[in-house]
Write a protein that binds this ligand. Structure first.
Ligand code: FMN
Length: 252
């Protein structure tokens, strides 16, 4: 087909691949142990603050050794206990466990729950029936690994949970932060049990202990927390989660 422009108008450009673009393939949620005594540098934290591009989102940081950090950790463990005591929540969450079979390329796989490389190998050789209760394991991992080994927690606040634009901005901010963390060689994991219990309590019209705990963490005016995570240096390299090929996600 003839082009409507002369070929001489175009010259070959230089291919430039940013650090962030390179980090995309390596980015993954890290559910393993972090090095508690290795703090995240305050300059690094500042650069994450610089990723905020919308007035609808705020970032709050909690050092794990502070009172507020300890309260976040304790309340997250309690929210996990409340989550796994709720049969409907457990059934909904079970639907996302991918501990056997290889047909899914989403959800939570055994390889990405944050076990050490040796334990992962061992667990993957076990027949599914012998793996045990994944929710009990999740509770124990939350208490003994996720909050116990993280030096730093973070929360993203928005004006309202009903503000869809703000929730999308919170998600976009998290995506940028996760890629940036990968560039810095930092491990991150969302820790949203408190948010999940706030939603659950609202659905059941219960007074929410989780909401009270979140509100006590930091003065954020009338804003509310929409997303929480931990950050640190990983103790070991954990496995990535499965990815779908581009052909599987592109619409025709
Ligand atoms: C809105 C949202 C909330 C999430 N909350 C949690 C969480 O509380 N705990 C967790 O381990 N992962 C959480 N995740 C991470 C996803 O489970 C993760 O992105 C998924 O397993 C894909 O893995 P990847 O990040 O390695 O690509 C959350 C992700 C999103 C988008």
């Amino acid at each position: 087909m003839e082009r409507p422009w002369p070929a001489s108008l175009f010259t070959a450009g230089r291919r430039s691949v940013t650090k962030e673009a390179q980090a995309l393939g390596a980015r993954h949620t890290n559910r393993g142990p972090y090095i508690r005594e290795r703090e995240v540098d305050s300059k690094v934290i500042d650069s994450f603050n610089g990723l905020i591009t919308s007035s609808l989102t705020k970032l709050v940081w909690l050092n794990a050794n502070t009172d507020a950090g300890k309260r976040f950790a304790g309340a997250t463990v309690k929210a996990t206990a409340d989550f796994i005591a709720d049969e409907e929540m457990v059934a909904a969450s079970n639907a996302w466990f991918r501990f056997s079979g290889t047909n899914h390329r989403d959800g939570l796989t055994l390889a990405s729950v944050g076990l050490s490389p040796l334990k992962t190998r061992f667990a993957m050789m076990l027949p599914p029936k012998l793996i045990g209760d994944p929710h009990k394991a999740w509770f124990e991992m939350t208490r003994d690994v996720h909050v116990a080994t993280a030096p730093l927690f973070g929360l993203i606040a928005v004006p309202s949970l009903a503000d869809r634009a703000a929730l999308i901005e919170a998600g976009r901010l998290w995506q940028r932060m996760h890629v940036q963390a990968t560039v810095f060689g930092l491990a991150v994991q969302p820790l949203n049990q408190l948010m999940e219990m706030v939603d659950r309590d609202q659905a059941l019209k219960h007074p929410s202990e989780a909401e009270k705990a979140l509100n006590s963490l930091s003065a954020i005016g009338s804003d509310v927390f929409a997303f929480a995570f931990r950050m640190g240096h990983s103790r070991f390299i954990t496995n990535p989660s499965p990815r779908r090929g581009i052909d599987e996600v592109l619409g025709s």
